[in-house]
Design a protein. Structure first.
Lengths: 290, 249
């Protein structure tokens, strides 16, 4: 008996440790980011950092204004959301409600494969096909724009949105649908008036997690957006995102310089943005059970 | 340039394991100052010593001997469909700081100019800013236009130029390809305009170029001579090519 108890105790503690490890890592990452990033604010005010329009990190005097990058990230994310959300939800509805079992299996596999393509490959395809195409088709000065970034990222957000939204739609009790159909609703009416509202919190979570994926994406977006640190006036101009700035500049900064701290401070901004997005997604998921 | 000498030193030490070469960066002024105060054996510099520095050396009993070990030239390139063939330094500076926004202002077609640059930390970005935008005057504050696209590599710049007639970019003159066209650069509108050829860089006629130099105190002897001979050897010059500078032979 005692041996069994010891065994029980060990297993319980091991699982407990694994459970809290991820939280410990998140806290450690934030502490590290904060320790490095806040050093910047001894020399640059938070206000100048967040709302400054000039990013000249190695000039004398250096300027660390990340407003163009914040707006660049938002522009790319907004565009990607506009493309991926309607497409993603529509294909989730098709897979969950309309498709025959055979087609359903094929589509689900296809979407899983799409999710498994490395981002650099999607970026490369975007760079060699989408960039020249959008330049010629829309008659733009250059194809390296926020729009190209949005389309590329939409392809990466769609698998996330489809698989989570499809789960949410499948989780709607089948009696809802039966009741709707029994009352004489058409298939489309029952999807639109009954199933979609019933799954709305799950769909909301799918959208937020899709957005989270988009805003944190780096490699693909760096390859197709052109990386010009200017405030975007439309989706069809080159922009620079927060993530691309860190990736492009971290390699060659002097450790301990203001520039180095500024890149960590950008990391804090990104961390806060994704944290808020995850919080909203979490809130949306839990609302379902009330 | 410190990368180049570092690479030479590493290769040299691999062949002569008993030697130890310490390479320090900090800029050309640092190197020449160290030579004059006799705290280094070889000074590396990407500019010629000034007359003032030669005089100072004379007073300290140091006889600087100069070796041109490599050349650094940046080519300004456009798409072959772009009719513009030459620019003055002032036009080039105004294009990259955003004052000139359309090709027709410099004799081209009515097209917007798309600026391509390297990332802020790259040596070529800094050199182009200091040498072209600020024309070598350290007091000037000119910056690249915010609309400049910062590309991750020279290859990325070349690729975009190859498919975009609006684009202008710059990179080491090692990359030659029929899908990009080099521009001739002149110091005034009257010319003469020079293309970035090895010949024009060697004679210093091409504006966006500089010799990479090593200085020693007096005629080099022993290990110092071995190192400079190694830098000038076929193997040393191959390293020059790999680091995207122009070999002198």
């Amino acid at each position: 008996m005692p041996l069994k108890k010891i065994k029980e105790f060990c297993i319980e503690k091991t699982i407990y440790l694994s459970g809290i490890t991820s939280i410990i890592f998140v806290v450690l990452i934030f502490v590290f980011l904060a320790r490095e990033g806040f050093s910047l604010f001894k020399r640059v005010s938070v206000f100048d950092f967040l709302l400054g329009q000039d990013w000249y990190p190695i000039s004398e005097p250096a300027k660390f204004g990340i407003l163009p990058m914040i707006l660049g990230s938002l522009a790319v994310t907004l565009g990607a959301t506009l493309i991926s959300v309607p497409l993603g939800i529509a294909s989730a509805v098709y897979i969950a409600e309309v498709a025959s079992p055979r087609i359903k299996e094929i589509l689900k596999t296809g979407i899983e494969i799409l999710a498994a393509i490395p981002s650099v490959v999607i970026g490369f395809i975007g760079m060699t096909t989408l960039v020249p195409f959008s330049k010629n088709a829309l008659n733009l000065p250059t194809g390296l724009t926020a729009f190209s970034g949005s389309v590329t990222l939409a392809f990466m957000a769609i698998p996330t949105i489809v698989s989570i939204a499809e789960d949410a739609l499948t989780a709607v009790p089948v009696k809802y649908k039966e009741a709707a159909l029994a009352l004489g609703a058409t298939r489309w009416q029952s999807i639109r008036r009954v199933i979609l509202p019933a799954a709305s919190s799950g769909i909301m979570a799918a959208i937020m997690l899709g957005i989270g994926r988009v805003i944190g994406e780096t490699m693909a977006v760096m390859m197709v957006t052109g990386n010009a640190a200017q405030i975007p006036q439309s989706l069809f101009v080159p922009v620079r995102t927060l993530t691309a700035t860190i990736a492009a500049e971290m390699g060659e900064t002097v450790q301990g310089s203001d520039h180095y701290f500024a890149l960590f401070a950008i990391g804090i901004v990104l961390f806060i943005i994704t944290f808020i997005i995850n919080l909203i997604a979490d809130w949306a998921v839990h609302r379902r059970f009330k | 340039m410190v990368n180049l000498v570092q690479a030479w030193a590493e290769q040299f030490m691999m062949k002569h394991p008993e030697t130890l070469i310490a390479v320090t960066g900090g800029g050309s002024g640092t190197g020449i100052a160290a030579l004059l105060s006799a705290t280094c054996d070889i000074a590396q510099s990407s500019r010629k010593m000034k007359d003032k520095e030669f005089k100072e050396a004379e007073n300290k009993g140091i006889q600087p001997k100069e070796f041109v070990v490599a050349l650094d030239g940046l080519a300004v390139t456009v798409n072959p469909k772009n009719p513009v063939n030459q620019l003055t330094i002032d036009q080039l500076a105004d294009i990259f700081n955003g004052k000139i926004k359309n090709w027709k202002e410099v004799g081209g077609e009515d097209r917007p100019i798309v600026l391509l640059s390297r990332e802020v930390n790259s040596g070529t970005h800094v050199y182009f800013k200091e040498h072209v935008l600020r024309k070598g005057d350290a007091k000037r504050k000119d910056e690249f236009a915010k609309s400049a696209l910062l590309m991750p590599s020279s290859q990325a710049i070349a690729d975009e130029i190859a498919q975009n007639p609006n684009a202008i970019g710059y990179y080491g003159m090692g990359y030659t390809n029929p899908t990009q066209k080099f521009l001739a650069i002149g110091e005034s509108r009257k010319g003469p305009f020079y293309y970035p050829t090895i010949e024009n860089v060697k004679t210093l006629h091409y504006y966006i170029s500089r010799p990479l130099l090593l200085y020693t105190n007096g005629e080099p002897q022993g290990l110092i001579k071995d190192f400079i001979d190694f830098a000038l050897s076929a193997e040393g010059q191959e390293i020059v090519r790999q680091i995207d500078f122009v070999p002198i032979r």
